[in-house]
Structures are given as C-alpha cells and as structure tokens.
Design a protein around this ligand. Structure first.
Ligand SMILES: O=C(O)C1=C[C@@H](OP(=O)(O)O)[C@@H](O)[C@H](O)C1
Ligand SMILES: C=C(OP(=O)(O)O)C(=O)O
Length: 423
C-alpha cells in the first residue's frame, strides 16, 4: 500500500491506541495466573493478535465480549506443538520461556523481519534451566522441550530486555522460590518496570528488583495468586502517542487523550525531549495538548527507550539546529536497522543525519523536501515519515505504508481525523 500525504495544518482530538507492550504482557500474565481475566481496552494491532493466538496455542481460551476480551486459563497447557509469533519480538522472546514451563516439545517461528532477529540468548540460557533448545543458528525457527526448572542464573541484558521479561514471567509461573536472576548490562530498563507492574497487577509472584542487577524471588510469595477474576485495563500507548505529539509540535493543535501519566512505559520520556524543544504543551489528567511552535534542538538519551528514535528524528527535522540522540546501538535489531533506515529515508527528505559511534546527529530546520519514501516494512519508519510529511514543502509518499499494522493499525485514520490530507 502506498500512502500520499500533503503538508498542511492539523487540528483535533485523538485517543491513543492501546499499548501493545502492556497488552502482550497482560496476555502472558492471564495465561500464567489461571482463572478468568477480562481485558478492557484490548489492543487490535498485529502484535496483540499474535499474543492472543499464542496463549490459545498454550491452552487458554480467548473470547470477545463487546468491547472486552475474556481469557480463561488453567495454566500453561499447550494444545499445539507449534507457535507463530508473527513479527513480534516481544512475543517470541517472552513466550518462549513461558512455553518451556510445560514438558511439551514446541516449535516456535515467526514471519517477516522476525526471522532475522536474534534469539541466541536462548541457546545460552535455557539449557541451564534444563530446557532442550535448538535454534536456526541463533535465529528462528527454534524448538524447545521443557519443563523449565528455575535456578540461580546470570544473563546478559544488553541486546534486549525482552528475554528477561520472559524469564521473569516464566520463573513466576514455575513457582521460583529463593532464586535470583542476575543481569549484566540491562538496557530498556523501564520495560522491566512494566513487566513487574503487570505481574503485580495480576497477583503473580513478583521478584524484588535490586537496581536492575538482581531479581530475587523470595521464599515467601509477596502476592499470592488471587482466585478472583482479574479486570485489567490496557493503558494507552506512549510509543504510538509520541508520533501524534510530534505531529502537533510540527503542524498544528492536537490533543492526545487516553494516556496514563504515571505509566511505567519507557516512551513516556518523549515528554522530556518535547520539553527541551520549548514546544507549547499542557499536560492535564490523562490528556496532553500540544501546539505547533518554534522548536529548539534537543539532546536526548534514548538507550532505554529506543522506540522513540523514529518520532524524535521527525521532531528534530523541524528543530532549528542540530539535535543529538544517544543510544544508536540499540537500533540494529529492530524491524529494520533503524539507524540506517532513518538516515536513508530522512536523507530523501533532505534531512542530514550523521551517525557518530553511539550518537545520531540530526540537522534540523533546513526544510523537509517532497519525496518518495519507503517504510522498509518497519511500522515506526512509516509513522516517522508520515509525521514529517505534515510540515514538508510538498507531497510525500510512503511505500509499504501498511507496516503500521504491527503496532498502530488506526494510525492513518487518526491522522485523517486530525484533518491531515492523506490518500
Ligand atoms: O518489552 C517490550 O514491550 C519492548 C521492549 C523494547 O525492546 P528491547 O528490550 O529489545 O529494547 C522495545 O524496543 C520493544 O518495542 C518493546
Ligand atoms: C521493536 C518493536 O517491537 P518488538 O521488538 O516487540 O517486535 C517495536 O515495536 O518497535
């Protein structure tokens, strides 16, 4: 699908989509908890669908009821010997360890870019937990045969926090007691806060977090599994909302609703970068109002919130001067190699991006050209180009624009509802 966007002012109110990070974790927690869970504000993205499908393969029943989804689980009891994670990195890295708590041999695969994203972590870690594992030279497909037995282990958290999210959930499910996961060089730390928060919300056995270096599962459960139904409200997505906020800063008057101001989501940090630009913005309850402004360049460390790079590059393109974003090494293994794809696509728009070791320098304020861009099958690259188009000097096209379905299928409708001109 090719989308064409005309520059122009935007105006309106839009509600952020559901966070796929929260929704996928809630699916995992509902599977582990046993009993009945009602998900309110469930996500509709491709990654959310992948997670729902996986928990069905692992034994849960999933039913839609009006605006909610009802999950019933008796624990991890696979009904299938294979799982497909679609393109979701979180799903493969979280559900592999969870699936391994059963003794069923399971093969796990995915589609598209996920087939190129590393999973060699499992080769190193799962055998220490008595799980047989075989990967395709560190890539998918992989096979596992549990049951996983929790043990004191040390893992490397530098490539992705998602493996740790899976281990924390799996250790809780396998009733870990008096056991520590030691983590070296953890990146994307707030994502682990979100994992622990969801585990607590579902009454799972939550480990104590010692400065993101040790996660200790005490002898006594801190929160026992409740027998009651869980009613879980999936919070709004700061990652998707970041694009809407940047759109407002570039091109209009936008109100974004449905965001949790006390969220542990990593990408809430977009507010810090926006504040540095001097944008006119007001934050009230669960909504943010933002207005097109004269924007100053910013310096921002995105090591722990790497998904903010694409919206921050769109923002930087309209700041008067050079903005600097740290954490480039975190971008290599996403849906595309995002440092290179941002450099290439924004290059077509006339925006110069320099990569200097771990820093990305974006020279803004030079004008954004009309151009034909490509998403590289990466949802956040498509959304970054779309937002950058709003203040451009001519029309911008985006090829493979449907990539947004991975996290934010309503994205173009939301832009249209803000009066952006799209076809
Ligand atoms: O746990 C999560 O929900 C995610 C963690 C982050 O990955 P890394 O931990 O690999 O940085 C992020 O980039 C990804 O989009 C979602
Ligand atoms: C990298 C992303 O997700 P995941 O790793 O879960 O595929 C993302 O949403 O940008």
């Amino acid at each position: 699908m090719r989308i064409t966007i005309q520059p122009g002012r935007i105006k309106g109110i839009v509600t952020a989509p559901a966070s796929k990070s929260a929704m996928q974790r809630a699916c995992a927690a509902a599977l582990i908890k046993t009993g009945r869970t009602v998900l309110h504000n469930p996500g509709v993205s491709a990654d959310d669908h992948a997670a729902l499908d996986i928990i069905k393969q692992l034994g849960a029943t999933v039913e839609r009821s009006g605006e909610t989804i009802i999950i019933e689980s008796k624990g991890v009891k696979p009904v299938s010997e294979s799982i497909n994670c679609g393109e979701s990195g979180l799903s493969v890295r979280m559900f592999t360890s969870i699936a391994a708590i059963s003794d069923t041999a399971i093969s796990i695969t995915g589609t598209g870019s996920l087939l190129k994203r590393p999973v060699s972590f499992f080769n190193e870690v799962l055998p220490k937990l008595q799980v047989d594992v075989k990967t395709n030279n560190g890539l998918l497909p992989l096979t596992i045969k549990g049951p996983l037995v929790p043990a004191n282990i040390t893992v490397d958290g530098s490539l992705s926090s998602q493996f740790l999210t899976g281990l924390l959930m799996a250790f809780a499910a396998a009733n870990a007691r008096d056991i520590t996961i030691t983590v070296k060089n953890l990146n994307s730390k707030p994502y682990i806060d979100l994992t622990l928060k969801v585990m607590a919300d579902f009454g799972l056995h939550v480990p104590l977090n010692h400065q993101y270096e040790e996660f200790y599962f005490p002898r006594q459960s801190i929160s026992a599994y409740p027998n009651n139904d869980i009613n879980y409200n999936v919070e709004g997505d700061w990652s998707g909302a970041a694009f809407l906020l940047v759109a407002g800063a570039i091109a209009g008057d936008v109100v974004v609703k449905g965001l949790e101001m006390f969220s542990t989501q990593a990408d809430k940090a977009i507010l810090q970068a926006l504040q540095q630009t001097g944008v006119i913005m007001s934050i009230r309850d669960s909504q943010i109002e933002i207005h097109q402004s004269h924007l100053k360049p910013f310096h921002f460390d995105a090591t722990d919130c790497p998904d903010l790079f694409p919206p921050l590059v769109s923002l930087a393109a309209y700041c008067q001067g050079t903005s600097v974003i740290a954490g480039v090494h975190r971008l290599t293994h996403k849906e595309s190699n995002r440092a290179l794809t941002l450099q290439e696509e924004f290059g077509k728009l006339g925006i110069e991006i320099t990569l200097q070791e771990d820093l990305m320098l974006i020279k803004g304020g030079t004008g954004v050209n009309a151009a034909a861009t490509h998403s590289h099958h990466d949802h956040r690259i498509a959304m970054a180009c779309a937002v950058a188009a709003l203040g451009a000097e001519g029309e911008i096209t985006i090829d493979v624009a449907e990539a947004v379905n991975k996290s934010y299928p309503q994205f173009y409708n939301h832009l249209s509802s803000l009066q952006a001109s799209l076809k």
